[in-house]
Design a protein around this ligand. Structure first.
Ligand code: ZN
Length: 367
């Protein structure tokens, strides 16, 4: 049902239509979709993806987003509640009850919070893939949920606040003895360690700061990359919707994960681009009759959103292994600054290297 709602967002938000009115209807003959035909997945399969009245085909995206969202939620539930992937106490399901006596509410809260992020990522990726935009209505709404959740479930929740004391207070978190010792909470890491006195572990202030720092870092990292790359390249190369996507993820996962997922996401985008070249060697021409024809601005330019969303999820779920290995630079301000400067200069140099002489493109054909 969430996937079905995401489909409504993908079909309507780019045209600035209302998402609640009117009810679902065929884009070709404008007749209402029957309630029973609107059942997720089954409705699409029963009509074989065609309108009941005029036989106009609906985009296959309706089916894939519904199936994909369902599978993603199932995988999230199995990983977090079934297998205790992130090591959160009192969240793992046990056939005899949740962890003996602790309440099931905790598992429910963790799963729902993260499911909101996953749904937001799927919606942003699906709209970006189809329309090359990521609507702010999605990213800012989901980010707000991320910040509220951060305030209600501050690091190291669901660990008790005392769990933060495995690293003695006021000790730098980069000492070798404490690498890999940070307890991972729903907010995997706090925004800085050692935490400051005005925002102790487990306080809503720390949760708020961690979410806000994550959102800011996600947005600024993409904007910095965009500025450096485009300055070197001499033309536009990235959309600001990508900055909003990482901003949204940062409100849930903190600045460390989103900064790293920018690199993982670039790599994932590259793989997607290669896969697309293999699957669809020619330019796509799948403007299905069921959706209005609005071709993407440039069919050769792959949207960054889907790769970025994959990068976020991959980094987040690899964190139990990646986190301990990146603890040193991430909590050392000097080292972090040096790394950022080196990567910024590298990016600028790479973009300058890629800069092409002024293109003598043929005059655009008027349509
Ligand atoms: Zn129709």
């Amino acid at each position: 049902m969430v996937g079905s709602f995401i489909n409504v967002l993908v079909a309507r938000l780019p045209y600035e239509k209302s998402i609640v009115w009117p009810s679902s209807r065929c884009f070709s003959c404008y007749r209402k979709v029957r309630l029973t035909d609107n059942i997720p997945i089954l409705g699409y399969l029963r009509l074989r993806g065609k309108c009941r009245y005029c036989q106009a085909p609906f985009s296959a995206r309706y089916l894939w987003v519904e199936v994909g969202t369902g599978l993603a939620f199932l995988a999230l539930f199995v990983a977090e509640v079934g297998c205790d992937w992130h090591g959160l106490p009192g969240v793992k399901y046990d056939p005899r009850g949740f962890d003996g006596a602790s309440p099931t509410f905790r598992a429910f809260a963790v799963f729902c919070y993260h499911a909101v992020l996953v749904a937001g990522l799927i919606a942003a990726a699906a709209i970006d893939a189809e329309h090359r935009i990521i609507p702010a209505q999605i990213t800012y709404t989901v980010m707000a949920v991320g910040v509220i959740g951060g305030v209600l479930m501050p690091w190291p929740w669901p660990h008790p606040a005392l769990a933060a004391n495995v690293i003695p207070p006021a000790t730098p978190w980069i000492i070798e003895d404490y690498l890999g010792k940070i307890p991972r909470g729903v907010q995997p890491w706090p925004f800085w360690g050692p935490t400051f006195g005005f925002a102790p572990p487990g306080s809503w202030k720390l949760g708020l700061l961690t979410s806000v720092a994550g959102a800011l870092a996600g947005s600024l990292a993409v904007r910095a990359v965009k500025w450096l790359f485009e300055t070197g390249l001499g033309r536009e190369a990235l959309g600001l919707g990508d900055a909003d996507l990482l901003m949204m993820a940062g409100a849930f996962l903190g600045w460390q994960i989103v900064v790293l997922s920018l690199f993982v996401g670039s790599f994932a985008s590259l793989i997607l681009k290669l896969l697309e070249a293999i699957v669809r060697p020619t330019a796509p021409s799948d403007s299905a009759a069921g959706t209005p024809v609005t071709g993407p601005p440039d069919a050769n330019e792959l949207p960054f959103g889907p790769g970025l969303a994959i990068g976020v999820v991959a980094t987040w779920f690899a964190w139990p292994w990646v986190g301990p290995r990146v603890q040193f630079p991430f909590f050392d301000a000097t080292m972090m600054g040096v790394l950022c400067a080196v990567m910024g200069i590298g990016l600028l140099a790479a973009a300058l290297f890629l800069r092409r002489p002024v293109e003598t493109a043929p005059a655009p054909v008027a349509r």
